[in-house]
Design a protein around this ligand. Structure first.
Ligand code: R2B
Length: 305
């Protein structure tokens, strides 16, 4: 099955548990995962999270609760919907057997804070070969609203396929490429659904309005035709959707040596407009679509165990 083909570019322990390259961590008597409200002394992380195999992430706390409910029903594993990280007042985390559902807020900084702490948490927990899946929302590029995009790569606002992070006063860059085999595995499930799914490039902006080339923000210093030229340039480069996290999500999971994929619903076609016009019920139905694909993928794993 697809599950037996795991192969990694990066070193791992032989049991599949992660090796985080940060040598400083071994000098800590206690590592405080501040935004999760856990630490390595008070919490038995291996007992709590050692069995985690999938981490589903997405922006809003409500969507991630829905994802947890979907997984609970699909896998027939009860979930108490107790937010495991409520003590830190930042994010939500629900656990459904081997599936962890965590929200990350909007944008790269909010996402990387929780992503790095979840990575450390699973490292301390000795979780084996966890797969990270971001189930997001986005604007599509020349595809019908309601389609799903599986990201093959992500580019930043200056159209480079990298995550760029200033570190100690210098900008460091990390490649923002997703696992193509995992994408194909997800696509082979998605193509049987009654909605459209595309594999393509994603542009991650640092701002929802001007960063994504909208003209409907509080500020706009370019014309409609400048905007359309830019969007057409993106289409020409193979960009299928715009969102605000994929570069960092691809780069950080890759740096950790993990398989990861991003599946986003598109709420509008940005070639036709800037505003998200479908009603709340439609948006809520559409945003289940990435979870439908991911759920079937996880179900296949769980049923073959
Ligand atoms: C898509 O939707 C959010 C903004 O509305 C942001 O997280 C993103 O990338």
């Amino acid at each position: 099955t697809i599950w037996k083909q795991d192969k990694y570019e990066y070193p791992k322990n032989t049991d599949g548990s992660m090796q985080l390259p940060n040598k400083h961590l071994s000098k800590l008597d206690c590592d405080i995962l501040y935004h999760l409200g856990f630490d390595t002394v008070k919490h038995d992380l291996p007992a709590m999270f050692g069995d985690v195999k999938f981490v589903c992430m997405g922006g809003t706390k409500y969507r991630m609760k829905d994802v947890a409910a979907h997984m609970s029903q699909l896998l027939n594993i009860p979930c108490d919907f107790n937010n495991m990280v409520k003590q830190a007042h930042r994010y939500v985390m629900y656990k459904v057997g081997p599936v962890l559902c965590v929200n990350h807020g909007i944008g790269i900084p909010s996402m990387t804070v929780v992503l790095e702490e979840v990575l450390k948490m699973l490292f301390y927990a000795k979780a084996k070969d966890p797969i990270f899946l971001r189930l997001g929302t986005s604007g599509g590029m020349g595809i019908p609203a309601g389609s799903v995009v599986i990201s093959s790569w992500a580019m930043n606002g200056t159209l480079e396929k990298i995550y760029d992070l200033p570190i100690l006063g210098k900008t460091k860059t990390f490649p923002a490429i997703f696992d193509q085999r995992l994408n194909q595995e997800l696509y082979s499930i998605a193509c049987h659904e009654d909605f459209n799914t595309y594999i393509g490039g994603t542009m991650s902006a640092n701002d929802f309005y001007r960063g994504e080339g909208r003209t409907d923000g509080a500020f706009c210093d370019y014309t409609e035709s400048d905007k359309m030229d830019f969007l057409q340039t993106l289409v020409g480069l193979g960009v299928k959707n715009l969102e605000m996290e994929a570069t960092a999500f691809a780069a950080i999971t890759k740096e950790a040596g993990l398989r990861a994929a991003e599946l986003c619903i598109t709420f509008l076609d940005r070639l036709l407009g800037d505003q998200v016009t479908p009603d709340a019920q439609t948006l809520s139905q559409w945003q289940k679509r990435p979870a439908i694909i991911v759920g079937k993928y996880i179900e296949a794993y769980y049923n073959t165990k």
